[in-house]
Design a protein around this ligand. Structure first.
Ligand code: DCP
Ligand code: MG
Length: 340
């Protein structure tokens, strides 16, 4: 019997990336709770931390001062972006030996489409295994991998056996896997949406599946259609090798609070000047039409919020302005691929 076409997607994600690089290069740090990031004296935040530190509740984006209160023995290390970039490009060089269809998401993460590969009898599972072994042998760092029929599930799967693990969701496993998946694992479901869903008694993808697409659209707007698909484990986005920018912004964190509206407004021209500079550089390379402006604010308790509108933003900004930016029009929707 003819099987419908199915894709084989691998998501690779390095384990505690910056922290692992630091521990690799400085044996004294091994086995200790370490955090890579800014100084606790200013407004430094944790970029990432070792698993030893995570046990104390330390996590990415946490103010370093708070991290030190949670874990007094925490060793704070300044980041070395040049080294992380170098490791990242060496890892990417490994990926290119398996497929041309690579979509990097960040320095430590990428999707690979190995559907067409004949290597290792076309087994995505074995390819992922081999890539992880090669990263370990050449970089002395560990990576985790997810293998699945689409990007959404592959990304969820790479988190499933972290650190230094791998999890495979075969096409026939999708229905069973997705049912119990908590909604917060769905990309785009943040704290606010999760709370909204909780009030509707929606906790898992199985709960979401109970709703018709029209109802999801009513409740969650444009995101409703996507929720309908993702809650069934459907994601037709192809692995995209072109890096089309989705947004551009500049931001600054201030050493002391900006307590008044005047103080906030005072910072806007400098931010705007550097935004304009970056924007014109980017538009020279590839012109893209902006569709929305946004202002990101970080409050003194480090909560961050984004206000997206076209005017009157600044009048509302009674807090610490963090960033200015634009979002670009999305390129034409990709052709639908048939699944499974
Ligand atoms: N990073 C950052 N600020 C954040 C999140 C991440 O600077 N808020 C950086 C540091 C991380 C790297 O990006 O090392 C990769 O991010 P991940 O989310 O993949 O986190 P880790 O690789 O550190 O940990 P994990 O093992 O959970 O993947
Ligand atoms: Mg990672």
């Amino acid at each position: 019997m003819n099987q419908p076409p199915s894709r084989k997607i691998i998501h690779i994600d390095m384990d505690c990336f910056y922290a692992a690089v630091e521990a690799r290069d400085n044996p004294q740090l091994r086995g200790k709770p370490i955090a890579v990031g800014g100084s606790p004296d200013g407004r430094g935040v944790v970029a990432t931390c070792s698993y030893e530190a995570r046990q104390f509740g330390v996590h990415s984006a946490m103010p370093m001062g708070l991290a030190l209160r949670k874990c007094p023995d925490l060793v704070v290390v300044r980041g070395r972006m040049d080294v992380y970039k170098q490791v990242s490009s060496e890892i990417k060089a490994i990926f290119t030996e398996y497929t041309d269809l690579i979509e990097p998401l960040s320095l430590d993460e990428a999707f690979l489409d190995v559907t067409g590969s004949q290597y290792l009898r076309g087994s995505a599972t074995l390819i992922a295994q081999e890539i992880r072994e090669r990263i370990r042998d050449s970089q002395h760092l560990t990576a985790s991998a997810g293998v699945a029929p689409n990007k959404f599930l592959a990304k969820v799967a790479s988190d499933w056996r972290k650190p230094n693990g791998q999890f495979v969701i075969r096409p026939q496993d999708v229905d069973g896997f997705i049912r119990d998946l908590p909604v917060k694992r769905i990309p785009g479901v943040g704290k606010v949406t999760e709370l909204h869903m909780d009030k509707l008694n929606i906790k898992t993808c199985a709960d979401l599946q109970q709703f018709r697409v029209v109802d999801l659209k009513l409740k969650f707007g444009k995101f409703g259609q996507r929720l309908y698909e993702l809650s069934r484990g459907i994601d037709n986005r192809p692995v995209s090798t072109s890096s089309i920018r989705k947004s551009l912004s500049v931001e600054d964190t201030y050493d002391t609070d900006l307590p008044t509206l005047e103080a906030c407004l005072h910072q806007i021209p400098a931010l705007y000047a550097s935004f304009e500079k970056r924007m014109s550089k980017a538009q020279e390379r590839q012109f893209q039409l902006p569709k929305a402006l946004f202002v990101k604010l970080r409050f003194s308790d480090f909560q961050t919020t984004t206000v997206q509108t076209t005017s009157a933003i600044v009048k509302e900004a009674l807090f610490v302005p963090l960033g200015l930016g634009v979002q670009f029009e999305e390129p034409g929707a990709p052709e639908q691929l048939e699944l499974f």
